[in-house]
Design a protein. Structure first.
Ligand SMILES: Nc1ncnc2c1ncn2[C@@H]1O[C@H](COP(=O)(O)OP(=O)(O)O)[C@@H](O)[C@H]1O
Ligand SMILES: [Mg+2]
Length: 348
């Protein structure tokens, strides 16, 4: 029995709690599935990197071999050394001097001959204090790297390239975890923190999650690009795409437009920082916005006479996450919460 589970966190606006919820979800999965590998993938190639806010330890790259990303790391820097290495990469004039390897290096550069490709495990960072089966792939938010990646992620034509790189990354990790004796695969859970809507990038991640978790079998990216054989050996596929919103009315409206683009039941909405009693507030707010009274509670669809354009059916099964100071795990040392989060019923 092998499992591939993919979870992506999206939003229309920044600052709604995607990275927080993605990180908590990854921590929870790692605790719950100690034998599985869990990856926290920071797809936010445009803004804050998880490397800026979590106590991470980068793989140590030797000064004379900084470009060799061809095997899993043997040694990790301390948290302080990691931060210093990130600063050095930011200051470096020579782009070949990387000092520290980010996800950007893998997503942007693909050799024409796949056999010379980097090993994605060489990009795995450790999360100080987190379960050992959790690895983090932080993106770089350094100006030098942004300059290089922005033209790619804002160009919709590059979307399939990024999606293919992400798919290759996942298939390489699965293959490298294959047990040589009995050929079995190790369970893999991938949590993707996706930046606010950017043409191309967020669609690439959503599409990869949906294709690779399709119940009736993996869907190829293109007719002339079949997915890797390894995906056929997965017995259980799961996928969840979360659209995170605050309970601010404008955010809810924007989320509704996003959600109405799909009827896939793997897409769920999370209303984050919803304080006590906010379900009632949201009902009142939505009732005003809809210009008519939804029948019963907010969990029902609006009446036919109401303007339904601000409504999305996924609101009916919204996950409500409270505003809770103990969820502020960023920029804090020893910040791995011990509690289990019932509200993260993430597993489909
Ligand atoms: N449920 C919550 N309760 C309290 N603080 C939260 C909650 N969710 C997020 N935050 C805080 O809100 C801020 C923005 O969250 P973040 O995860 O960085 O958002 P995003 O990734 O969407 O930009 C952070 O300071 C985080 O600690
Ligand atoms: Mg974020």
């Amino acid at each position: 029995m092998s499992v591939l589970a993919l979870y992506s966190f999206h939003s229309v606006k920044g600052g709604v709690g995607k990275s927080t919820l993605a990180t908590l979800n990854a921590l929870q999965l790692a605790k719950k599935h100690p034998d599985a590998r869990v990856l926290l993938v920071d797809m936010d190639l445009t803004g804050t990197s998880l490397a800026d806010v979590l106590p991470l330890q980068a793989p140590r790259v030797s000064e004379d071999n900084v470009l060799a990303l061809d095997s899993a790391a043997a040694e990790w820097c301390s948290v302080d050394d990691t931060r210093a290495a990130v600063r050095r990469r930011g200051d470096e004039v020579d782009p070949r001097q990387r000092h520290v390897a980010f996800l950007n290096d893998y997503l942007l550069f693909a050799p024409l001959d796949g056999s010379l490709d980097a090993d994605p495990r060489s990009l795995f960072w450790k999360y100080n204090g987190a379960p050992k089966n959790l690895d983090v792939l932080p993106s770089s938010a350094l100006p030098r790297d942004l300059q290089r990646i922005l033209p790619v992620i804002f160009d919709e034509h590059q979307s399939a390239f990024l999606e293919a790189r992400l798919e290759t990354l996942i298939s390489r990790v699965l293959s490298s975890d294959r047990n040589e004796a009995d050929e079995t695969l190790r369970d893999l859970h991938v949590v993707l923190d996706v930046p606010p809507t950017i043409p191309g990038l967020s669609r690439a991640v959503l599409s990869a999650v949906m294709r690779l978790s399709a119940r009736d079998g993996v869907v190829d990216l293109a007719d002339n690009r079949p997915t890797d054989r390894v995906f056929q050996d997965i017995e259980t596929r799961r996928g969840r795409a979360f659209v995170v919103t605050s309970r601010d009315l404008q955010d809810l409206r924007a989320a509704a437009r996003w959600l109405r683009a799909t009827t896939d039941d793997r897409v769920r909405v999370i209303v984050n920082r919803s304080d006590e009693g906010s379900a009632v507030q949201m009902r009142d707010e939505l009732r005003d916005a809809l210009g008519g009274a939804p029948t019963g509670s907010v969990l029902d669809a609006p009446t036919e006479s109401a303007d339904a354009s601000d409504w999305a059916p996924q609101f009916a099964s919204a996950i409500w996450v409270p505003n809770n100071p103990s969820l502020r795990i960023f920029r804090a040392e020893d910040a791995i919460p011990n509690e289990q989060f019932d509200w993260l019923e993430a597993e489909p």
